[in-house]
Design a protein around this ligand. Structure first.
Ligand SMILES: Nc1nc2c(ncn2[C@@H]2O[C@H](COP(=O)(O)OP(=O)(O)OP(=O)(O)O)[C@@H](O)[C@H]2O)c(=O)[nH]1
Ligand SMILES: [Mg+2]
Length: 456
């Protein structure tokens, strides 16, 4: 682990009120003293006014703060220069800092140092990225709770209980001659069951957590010309996709991210599904069907004027067999008698959500939005207070630890020697430890911090 002094611009590079250049490492104060002149004294946790000099030239009038190790974000000496927020001046000051002995930080290097110096654990560091990348208020609340340590504390608690159990097992294996409480396999089983249940409870929040973090992947499907692209444009509130009355207009998948309330939808408008000899359109149709592999929800559109045929039912059953959530929309209701909708309903009895719509008259859109929210909020998680996991790494490790605890339980049921049980419990403890960064390889650490932005 390098301990040289690093620097980077911590704010986004665009014209703004201020920019911040962050310096961390043992030479921070030295570097500042060479380029910054002030009438005040630079003391820890204070911000002072002064000027940045390059030789005899004043580059900018700035505020500089100083955080003394170990009481700083990275656990090292940190100085931060608040300069005026022009691209040019910010870059010039950074260059000056580098000329005076700092090295340009790699993405996430400040946070990596914070982790290595024990200021944050790994789960909290990951929460920092989530907080920065959050696209909704709920998502940022969940990240902020993880940063505060709600996941880390729970993991620590689980690990401590398992470590205590291990200690107990090991004492009775290593020193059987002592009159130590015999390890009762039944009691161990009860405890393992309890831990498995607790971990499974956390795991059950992942689906909602993932949707919160990554959004719901939605595909709009249907025959050519039913109004798929029109629906995408309506939801996006601008003309993202080309709309014409020629069937086969959309060839390639068109993607757009929109928010409804506090939920993010990653919508794909697709090529209308039909048999076609047109090679480009054919590829488009294949892509549409392939898209089904990665979606959470399909909005399937019908043209109210046309009815439905085998091909439609075929695709609908494909969607349902894959366990993908489904909303059927009967579009162009402005062109037909209202009663036509009932004909559709009677043929689609087995589908939970069927909505009449006229995109050009703006009818049915808000019902569609409400339906989507209802489908994905049915777990009624309390995002503000509950522990919710949003990260696939955490999910995989929790799953692995449940599997290992199950193996320990099986070993008990098969009356295997107690030290076999202890190996499974030890491995489960290790998996849990990886979540917070105990027992974790440097490769994993590097991978996580590479995803950070520069200056964080
Ligand atoms: N009357 C009526 N026309 C509509 C409605 N929605 C869309 N249209 C029209 O239907 C035609 C086809 O719309 P698109 O949105 O391009 O249809 P699509 O499903 O994307 O078609 P492809 O890309 O060819 O598969 C256009 O002329 C739209 O203006 C509606 O609610 N009522
Ligand atoms: Mg289209």
């Amino acid at each position: 682990m390098s301990t040289d002094t690093i620097a980077a611009i911590a704010t986004a590079l665009s014209n703004s009120g201020i920019s911040i250049i962050r310096i961390s490492g043992k030479d921070s104060l030295d570097i500042i003293s060479r380029i910054f002149k002030t009438k005040s004294k630079l003391e820890p946790n204070k911000i002072v006014y002064g000027k940045i000099y390059k030789d005899d030239d004043i580059l900018d009038t700035v505020l500089v703060s100083y955080f003394k190790a170990p009481k700083s974000y990275t656990g090292e000496d940190i100085c931060e220069i608040n300069c005026h927020g022009g691209n040019e001046i910010t870059r010039e000051i950074l260059e000056l800092v580098l000329e005076n002995g700092a090295r340009l930080a790699t993405p996430g290097e400040f946070s990596k140092r914070a982790f290595i110096n024990g200021k944050m654990d790994l789960a909290q560091s990951e929460a920092v990225i989530n907080l920065i990348n959050a696209k909704t208020k709920t998502e940022s609340r969940v990240a902020s709770k993880q940063l505060e340590g709600n996941l880390s504390n729970k993991i620590k608690e689980l690990r401590e209980e398992l470590i205590e159990l291990l200690a107990h097992i090991e004492v009775s294996v290593d020193y059987p001659e002592y009159d130590y409480d015999e390890v009762d396999p039944e009691n161990v089983k009860v405890l393992l069951n309890k831990k498995i249940e607790e971990i499974n409870n956390i795991l059950s929040t992942y689906e909602q957590g993932r949707i919160l973090k990554e959004g719901i992947n939605v595909a709009i499907l249907g025959k050519p010309n039913v109004g798929k692209s029109s629906l995408l444009n309506k939801l996006a509130d601008y003309d993202k996709a080309i709309v014409t009355d020629i069937p086969g207009t959309t060839r390639d998948i068109v993607e757009e991210t929109i928010n409804i309330g506090d939920v993010v939808l990653n919508i794909s408008d697709t090529a209308g599904i039909r048999e076609t000899e047109d090679i480009v359109e054919k590829i488009g149709v294949e892509k549409t069907l392939k898209k089904l592999e990665e979606v959470d929800l399909v909005i399937y559109l019908f043209n109210a004027e046309e009815g439905m045929d085998e091909k439609d039912f075929d695709v609908l059953s494909k969607i349902q067999n894959k366990g993908i959530k489904l909303v059927v929309v009967i579009n162009k209701m402005d062109k037909v008698e209202k009663s036509i909708f009932d004909t559709f309903l009677s043929k689609l009895e087995y589908i939970d959500h069927v909505i009449p719509m006229s995109i050009i008259n703006n009818e049915g859109i808000s019902e569609l939005k409400k339906t989507i929210l209802k489908i994905f909020n049915k777990n009624d998680l309390d995002f503000e207070h509950e522990l919710i996991i949003t990260n696939i790494r955490h999910k995989d490790l929790l799953k692995k630890s449940v599997e290992l605890l199950e193996q320990a339980k099986n070993a008990i049921e098969l009356s295997e020697p107690i030290d076999i049980i202890s190996i499974h419990v030890k491995n489960a403890t290790k998996s849990l430890g990886e979540i917070i960064g105990a027992d974790v390889s440097i490769d994993v650490v590097n991978k996580i911090f590479e995803k950070f932005c520069l200056g964080k």
